[in-house]
Design a protein around this ligand. Structure first.
Ligand SMILES: Nc1ncnc2c1ncn2[C@@H]1O[C@H](COP(=O)(O)OP(=O)(O)OP(=O)(O)O)[C@@H](O)[C@H]1O
Ligand SMILES: [Mg+2]
Length: 272
């Protein structure tokens, strides 16, 4: 932070706006990994309608690192489930990599999800009896790779989160932060378009949390698109862009530009 100044720029008059306000049915350009147009999600609770999302417009570029914030019940997880192809909206369009996924059937959705999305959860969700390496290998079993290829690919994913030295340990032989690194490696192993993390530091102490945030930052710098849900402002501060939800709608969308020691970003900001 010491050699960097941040300016928060609202994204209301930029290319993002155009991508989301284009006519319904128009395929977004390849710059956008995610475009949602007027996404609604309603739950029918025996006659009473819960409006979890009430028209969400968001456009996210390849290689962006975005934090989704907002109070409890504002719709963060509902939005993540739709973006992660676990759920479909009641109304509106969701385009992922130029493909309209909002109207897909469950089996198509599952195929897209396995190929395009890597999930990281608050609770790690690792298999307790399997080593770190085996946990990371698991998603590759369905990809039809040879055992040797799987092992090499999983070992590389663990190397990316700096866990090579612990790859033969089981989850109960690892610290919380190390477990979350395994989960991140598992999410990365299929080379997904998007890494989606819902409260990834929710079960970690503050020192370990900042360690994990460094991992996400490094991945983002290497070109991985990262979208992270968080309650905590200091966690969100690691992201380049913060989308705030309130009552099922986007209440603000700001990007932090780094003006010092980051020339590439200055050029990008001018272009936008
Ligand atoms: N399966 C469901 N059935 C009915 N209502 C639901 C369902 N899932 C979520 N909701 C409602 O939708 C709204 C948004 O919930 P959501 O879980 O997206 O909030 P959130 O922002 O993730 O909150 P938190 O920070 O507490 O995790 C809430 O009012 C919630 O009660
Ligand atoms: Mg939630």
């Amino acid at each position: 932070m010491s050699d960097t100044t941040h300016a928060e720029a609202p994204l209301s008059t930029t290319a993002e706006r155009q991508a989301v306000t284009s006519q319904a049915g128009v395929t977004p350009s390849r710059d956008w990994v995610i475009v949602t147009r007027g996404i609604k999600r309603e739950y029918d609770m025996g006659g009473e309608i819960v409006r979890a999302l009430r028209g969400v417009d968001v456009a996210i570029r390849r290689n962006e690192y975005v934090a989704i914030m907002g109070p409890s019940g504002s719709g963060k997880s509902t939005l993540m489930n739709i973006v992660g192809c676990l759920d479909t909206p009641t109304d509106g369009e969701y385009w992922l990599n130029g493909t309209l996924v909002s109207s897909m059937k469950d089996d198509e959705l599952a195929r897209i999800r396995n190929k395009e999305i890597g999930f990281v959860f608050q609770t790690f969700n690792l298999l307790p009896r399997a080593t770190a390496l085996h946990n990371v290998e698991l998603p590759l079993v369905y990809a039809g790779m040879s055992a040797k290829q799987r092992r090499e690919t999983a070992a590389y994913a663990l190397e990316r989160v700096q866990l090579t030295s612990r790859m033969h340990h089981k989850p109960n032989e690892l610290s919380g932060g190390q477990r979350q690194r395994v989960a991140i490696a598992r999410a990365l192993v299929n080379n997904p378009s998007i890494l989606l993390a819902d409260e990834p530091t929710g079960n970690l102490d503050s020192t370990t949390s900042s360690e994990i945030m460094k991992v996400f930052e490094e991945l983002a710098e290497q070109g991985q698109t990262v979208i992270m849900v968080t309650h905590e402002a200091d966690i969100a501060a690691h992201a380049r862009r913060v989308v705030a939800l309130h009552d099922g709608q986007v209440s603000s969308d700001t990007r932090r530009e780094r003006f010092v020691n980051d020339n590439s970003h200055i050029i990008e900001a001018k272009k936008g």
